[in-house]
Ligand binder design. Sequence first.
Ligand code: ADP
Ligand code: GN1
Ligand code: MG
Length: 369
Amino acid sequence: MKHNLREVCSHFTIYGDFIIGVPFGTGHINDTYQVAFDQGGTVVHYTVQRINHNVFKNPPALMENVERVTAHLTSKNLGKGGGSRKTLRVIHTTDGKNCYQDPDGNFWRCYVFVENCRTYDILETEKQAFEAARAFGKFQGELVDIPGGRLNETIPDFHNTPKRLANLEESIKLDKFDRVKNVQKEIDFVMSRRDDCGILLDLHNQGLIPERITHNDTKLNNVLIDDFTGEGICVIDLDTVMPGLAHYDFGDMIRTGTSPALEDEPDLSKVTMRFNMFEALLRGYLAGGNGFLNEVELEYLPFAGKLITMEIGIRFLTDYLDGDIYFKTHRNNHNIDRCHTQFKLVESIEEQMDAMKMKVKETAKEYKA
Ligand code: ADP
Ligand code: GN1
Ligand code: MG
């Protein structure tokens, strides 16, 4: 085990005796563990995470966001039944802080582990898609009136696609690992779509789509699905909750919720945008958000799927050129496999764009507030 979890846990206000800690989940950035404690003969679990401080430069500011967001969501769900499973609960350190910094400079946080639910890397049914998207829509809707001023930007320009493109161009120019020659086709793919990159930000700058509080990492495995009811109960992975456009969230749902293949699937024939899953995501998102989107936001929901998928593809491609330093990789060319699935999905979305737009037009009417 890379980390001494027993020692880490001793700095949090957890009652009982540490039993064991095991790595958990398939995230690309942080180190996540499930730890078990014996509390008077009952085993109780917690999530303990090392925050990647190369990616998140200011973990205490990030945790300040998490505390504000979870406190607000908790207040909204008070008295509505099952409230304690609907929002992450931060466990404080023994000296009253929201995270612990170890002697090596690592930042750790701890949450109550929500039992009897799980996350899915691939969605299997329309119901799961509906439920997951509804949870994200509800999350965005409930944060509309969070008090206390603008949230901290935990990663500036996180979904600024033109900047992501500029970073790619810089990495191509530097070509530190002599890899550009291996990915000319992928680079051409991006460059032929470069005019798409600024579309959402332009609409925002024209005042047509507003800034909202968004999650920004709405991978479908960032919502806990109840084992018994199949309901999307709790939105997790709150590191990137900050000001953003609604499209960043719906776009990433299309990216991760419509394909029947894993993000790193080498067999590209499996990668496709399943229209029925798109519709289920759309219905779930609109049902959860309860009509807060304006007409222009609605119109650009399908485009968001294309743009965010391309943006993450650009980031995987850039990381490959930079020597695989940002995303965790587990095999050679892992980032390239990931990039390929994204670009294949972009093509599939492009082919179905007209039908997707039509579907949004028809469906939005049913969910007006
Ligand atoms: P990462 O940044 O590594 O993606 P996440 O916060 O998404 O970290 O956690 C990784 C996985 O751990 C999730 O996909 C989920 O399955 C599980 N998980 C995280 N927090 C909790 C929690 N509080 N209760 C239950 N499961 C959790
Ligand atoms: C990372 O941590 P994780 O795996 O939920 C990344 C997202 C990407 C995603 C691609 C902070 O999310 O932006 O969309 O990988 N998170 C960060 O799978 O960069
Ligand atoms: Mg996650």
